[in-house]
Design a protein around this ligand. Structure first.
Ligand code: BG6
Length: 493
């Protein structure tokens, strides 16, 4: 890890949940080498009136919960963590600037600074402005601004936020996080597609019938009701995580693996996707009470902070058309929801069947247009979580049979875990890239705007929200879009 440059990492919202669960553990792992830990430091900041020692104690607890060795954790927290209260109003940025400068003098740091905004979106604007006003948007070294999702609430607010950010920071200082991009298996989509010519040559409308992207969770909204009810599944998951999976699946080969080349191709895909029609291309749902893994779970409307009459969608399924030469006519189905049957992130690519089927019950060949002609097609399942890996499903002859060939589906499988062991956490990858100054896995300003624009009709329409029982695969109405989802067939109850 000696590629980690000397810097000060400033976390806004340092007393919050994300800092505890993800950011501090990721920074701890990045600074695990003695050499790095001697020259990289973390400054937490928030309104919470903590001392350095209180912040350290909180961090020790968080890291112990993750199972890291007591003594090393304790030493790291004592040596590398500092805390600065932003005041009751959360606006003491002058105090923050003085503390940063003082720490840099004390630790002999060159002025490289990362500011991570792990804040409620409603205060992004003021935080960015305050940073700019006190001169923290520039430094003797590099200055980088990391912004968590959601970036905006719709196209208009995303544009306004981009304009606001650009008043104080240049685009190359800005790192918009979508943590899906930090997942090894999501990045591996690029390796899979562009490192293997065998797949690339069949990756188009000539051979693919449809693509299904499923991001299902068995968890509900938990303690995040107040945020979630204002957001819903399209804003919380579709506009960002599912759209990233769509663009990486559909993009053209970049001219190089540079950040500019890759992000350019992703934006081109987004510009080619046609806006979905809320009446025909979308189905929304909201979970009712049900049972998941043998446990009863409440309805969405009975979760904390959710109004009784809420019509916020906790499930969304969409059909999208990518209107370019590679994909025209191949539907991309997106499906995501809370309190579904299982946690699963999977891209299922269904290939076209053989032009003539020779293996019919009747013994007579048939073509797809014939009534009752059973066509089998190959499928590639790319599973991003859990059990990361690939399965390529194909037909083989079942042994035996009296003169008649019977086919059976089998698969070739690759498991990430078996090949490489545990997969690193997405935040570790992303924070390292921030520190290295590599923006490839971050969302560019025009990309975030293009994705909000794509979903604008859905956000504006008042579409029906259908009830579904927790622990199922969503409302029955989803069959209107696609009667049988490949992922459901494999992992469903
Ligand atoms: C977050 C969403 O961005 O992603 C959550 O706000 C969701 O609602 C989470 O639960 C899912 O992330 P992962 O990595 O568990 O698939």
């Amino acid at each position: 890890m000696s590629d980690i440059q000397t810097h000060l990492f400033v976390i806004f919202g340092a007393s919050g949940d994300l800092a505890r669960r993800k950011l501090l553990p990721a920074l701890y792992r990045l600074m695990q080498s003695e050499e790095v830990a001697r020259r990289c430091y973390v400054l937490g900041t928030a309104r919470t009136d903590w001392t350095d020692e209180q912040f350290r104690e909180n961090a020790r607890e968080a890291l112990r919960d993750k199972g890291y060795a007591e003594q090393e954790v304790s030493e790291w927290c004592t040596r590398n963590l500092y805390y600065q209260c932003l005041g009751e109003e959360g606006n003491d940025y002058e105090g923050l600037r003085r503390r940063i400068e003082q720490l840099e003098r004390h630790r002999d740091l060159p002025g490289n600074r990362a500011f991570y905004l792990s804040l409620p979106p409603s205060i992004y604007r003021s935080a960015i402005e305050e940073l700019g006003e006190v001169g923290l948007n520039a430094s003797p070294g590099w200055t980088r601004l990391v912004v968590e999702k959601p970036f905006g609430y719709d196209l208009e607010s995303a544009r306004a936020l981009n304009d606001h950010v650009h008043q104080y920071f240049s685009e190359d200082q800005v790192y918009r996080i979508d943590h899906y991009l930090g997942k090894e298996t999501v990045q591996n989509l690029l390796a899979f597609r562009f490192g293997n010519a065998i797949f690339e040559s069949i990756w188009s409308r000539n051979h693919i019938e449809r693509v299904e992207i499923t991001v299902s969770e068995s968890l509900g909204v938990g303690g995040r009701g107040a945020y979630y009810d204002q957001s819903g599944q399209v804003r919380d998951m579709v506009q960002n995580h599912l759209t990233q999976l769509l663009t990486l699946t559909a993009m053209e080969p970049p001219t190089s693996m540079s950040a500019t080349a890759i992000r350019q191709e992703k934006v081109k895909v987004l510009n080619a996707v046609q806006q979905p029609d809320p009446a025909t291309d979308a189905v929304f749902g909201q979970y009712e009470a049900g049972t998941i893994d043998g446990e009863s779970v409440p309805a969405y409307r009975d979760e904390p902070d959710i109004p009784d009459e809420s019509i916020t969608e906790t499930f969304a399924a969409l059909r999208l058309n990518v209107a370019n030469w590679r994909w025209q006519g191949v539907p991309f189905y997106l499906r995501t929801g809370k309190r579904l049957s299982a946690k699963l992130t999977q891209i299922a690519v269904r290939f076209k069947g053989a032009p003539v089927s020779l293996f019919q019950e009747s013994g007579q060949p048939c073509i797809p247009q014939n009534a009752g002609c059973e066509m089998r097609s190959n499928e590639l399942l790319i599973t991003l979580q859990p059990n990361e890996g690939f399965d390529l499903r194909f037909e083989v002859k079942a042994p035996g049979g009296s003169g008649k060939m019977e086919l059976e589906t089998q698969q070739l499988s690759f498991s990430y875990q078996d090949a490489f062991g545990p997969v690193p956490d997405a935040y570790e990858t992303l924070l390292r890239d921030v520190i290295l100054g590599d923006p490839t896995l971050f969302v560019r300003a025009d990309e975030v705007e293009a994705s909000w624009q794509l979903y604008a009709p859905l956000l504006e329409a008042e579409s029906p929200v259908h009830a579904y029982e927790a622990g199922t695969w969503g409302p029955n109405e989803v069959e209107r879009l696609l009667p049988q989802w490949t992922s459901t067939a494999r992992t469903g109850p």
